[in-house]
Design a protein around this ligand. Sequence first.
Ligand SMILES: O=P([O-])([O-])O[C@@H]1[C@@H](O)[C@H](O)[C@@H](O)[C@H](O)[C@@H]1O
Ligand SMILES: [Mg+2]
Ligand SMILES: [Mg+2]
Length: 290
Amino acid sequence: MKPSGEAAAAAAPGAGPWDECFEAAVQLALRAGQIIRKALTEEKRVSTKTSAADLVTETDHLVENLIISELRKRFPSHRFIAEEAAASGAKCVLTRSPTWIIDPIDGTCNFVHRFPTVAVSIGFAVHQELEFGVIYHCTEERLYTGRRGRGAFCNSQRLQVSRETDLSKALVLTEIGPKRDPATLKLFLSNMERLLHAKAHGVRVIGSSTLALCHLASGAADAYYQFGLHCWDLAAATVIIREAGGIVMDTSGGPLDLMSCRVVAAGTREMAMLIAQALQTINYGRDDEK
Ligand SMILES: O=P([O-])([O-])O[C@@H]1[C@@H](O)[C@H](O)[C@@H](O)[C@H](O)[C@@H]1O
Ligand SMILES: [Mg+2]
Ligand SMILES: [Mg+2]
């Protein structure tokens, strides 16, 4: 079923203080998805950022500028944290002001290779609390939404996480992150090996952290962990997972720190703790200290 803004709004009935912002996010995600879907098959100008594996295209910039300019027109007092602005030096500071946290294309490496696992992610926080998240799987036309206290949905289907607590019965998702030096790769592979030694059914890397986190929210996977993602990968997906009944926390087992570039998420706290206890830390610094 094609997603629509009306379906997303109808899926979470009842007026709320941020309805207008939520509906703007939905419409912009759908519009961005059309641009990304069209550009997927076209020639691209590709640049690198923090590593040879950390790619960016003109479409990332075009989509991010479109989203921010449209939101600034409608909500001039709001603040923005966005991936490509941060790459150009903008500070990632989450204040108590209404703040949009944007990843214009999540899965840019997939996008460059025309691998159809790409999303646009728009999160929204007020008083430093995540209020809603919108993630649009551009090629499958799946609109994932979550609003604090009002449930999580894919198109108009309510989402519910897996209730699995046994790691030996779990499908675990992760992502590689942009660092490719030998020490980081050794730790990344060691973490994957630890989970396979613990008899996890499988470990999957799909190239988009936001869509992997949406799969978790839909119950199609039991856990997710990563070192090397960012607040714009996490913001929208965190609301969606929590509203689907899941847990999103720090890799230490403590509360999520949106700026820490690391996460463990799962359908149950038991599963999340089993994952966290198995992991060796890979240091990627903090978004708010770059
Ligand atoms: O850059 P992008 O495509 O928005 O986001 C990507 C993340 O979704 C992925 O989890 C991570 O491993 C990549 O390094 C990259 O950060
Ligand atoms: Mg991106
Ligand atoms: Mg991303």
